[in-house]
Design a protein around this ligand. Sequence first.
Ligand SMILES: Cc1cc2nc3c(=O)[nH]c(=O)nc-3n(C[C@H](O)[C@H](O)[C@H](O)COP(=O)(O)OP(=O)(O)OC[C@H]3O[C@@H](n4cnc5c(N)ncnc54)[C@H](O)[C@@H]3O)c2cc1C
Length: 485
Amino acid sequence: MNGRKVIIIGAGPAGLAAGLQLAKEKVEVEIFEADRMVGGISKTLNYNGNYFDFGGHRFFSKFDEVNQLWSETLGDDFVLTPRLSRIYYKNKFFDYPLKPLNALSNMGLIDTISVMVSYVKSRIVPVKEENSFEDWVSNRFGRKLYSMFFKTYTEKVWGIPCNSIGADWAAQRIKGLSLYSAVCNALFKPKNNDIKTLIDQFMYPKYGPGMMYEKMGKIITALGGKIHKNCKVTRIERDGYTVKSIRYVDSENFESIAEATDFISSMPLTELVKVMTPSLDETIIKAADSLGYRSLINVDIIFDKEQIFPDNWIYVHSPEVKLGRVQNFKNWSQHMVSDSKKTALGLEYFCTEDDEFWCLPDEKIKEIALMEIEKVGLVEEKYAVDGYVVRVPKAYPVYFTGYEEHLNAIKSEITRFKNIQPVGRYGIYRYNNMDHSIMTGLYAARNILYNKTNDIWSINSEPDYHEINQKVTRKRFDVVLPEKS
Ligand SMILES: Cc1cc2nc3c(=O)[nH]c(=O)nc-3n(C[C@H](O)[C@H](O)[C@H](O)COP(=O)(O)OP(=O)(O)OC[C@H]3O[C@@H](n4cnc5c(N)ncnc54)[C@H](O)[C@@H]3O)c2cc1C
């Protein structure tokens, strides 16, 4: 495309997918990435030969083109991983997805009866207006089960009470799963299972998701695209609703300018509106200030123990510990550990940037993590041989009740721009998985390439998709959509 040059902000899955599509079509493309590595939240850190994700990243998608892109990029470098995950609650491990016999034996007779009674009650007298996560889940599972399996964990993740979390988040994440359908699924194992969150195996790159995005970066570079790492975009210069250039600072804090005809941004939407120069209207800045993110601290520890637990990950619901989830990376892929006699765990803590936990020194965080992992009975602290702490700011866009109003105000202002397209998870402030983020990147690239008007904001806006039924094979990703959705 003669005379077109595209600047992309961010080398996460969204930015890289856009860059790759453009580079394949021989468009001049430059990606500016604030971090020293590509991959964004989907990167994998290598610590002395052990690989750690920011939380485990399963590869599944209903988008054929995403599956194709993943498959083309890594070829045979995938492992097909069986899923095993459980919930730790009140000193017991519950299979997740719930299995009636396991749940019954863990809960005991009294709790089981109380779950049934509260479920029936919620069917007879449901909350009429489902405004919050609490209303949505209680209506489908009953209050008792909601308080056992949803409330504490969800509040750990979001840091706000479940009655302040929008019902749309629950609808997006767990639609199709109710107590009734979960029990039927477990008892009768239907052939065409239409429960969308019960996936029992998934694809995973041998060395974690970072491997995928490193490879995409290499292909872009080989095709002539440029990726500038350690370059943070600090200003977007505009003339009315046309963007002219960006300013960025490198690792030495040296500021430079870059110009282009088209721009794609995967930086957080709330920051994008603030770096526009001249400034956008005060109401837009205020709307951005009203939105917020939840952050994550990973405590990655290597234990001198061959086997600790068989799961890929465990949800820690018990309120007596702050620990939210534990990943066992060796159970994602055997290649993730340098020594098969050892085990590498990722202990996840949900927090808010700059809160008390976030600001603790690393050593203190490690101490708490080791104390808590022993407290929940997974592994004794004495087996820990090495480890480190990683802070992941802005890991989750928060869907508090009423957030849409602020988001819509920003969206209507940004869509007035002729030549900048926001993409990705933080770029459009949506709880996107990698595949959604990639699709937004592909849409943005095609809008430039073919002068299209694909609506980026429509990706992952359907209320009922998240984990579809998917048949995965070693060689390729076969997507089997539910018969009826
Ligand atoms: C704990 C956890 C578990 C997850 N598990 C899964 C899973 O199992 N499966 C799945 O599909 N998805 C999963 N996800 C979601 C997945 O990580 C994201 O959807 C994906 O990484 C989003 O890609 P992105 O490109 O939109 O954003 P990001 O990955 O956030 O990339 C954005 C990039 O932009 C860069 N950037 C930001 N600001 C600037 C700036 N001013 N200048 C230059 N660069 C900038 C950032 O450094 C970053 O590299 C998970 C997420 C989390 C937090």
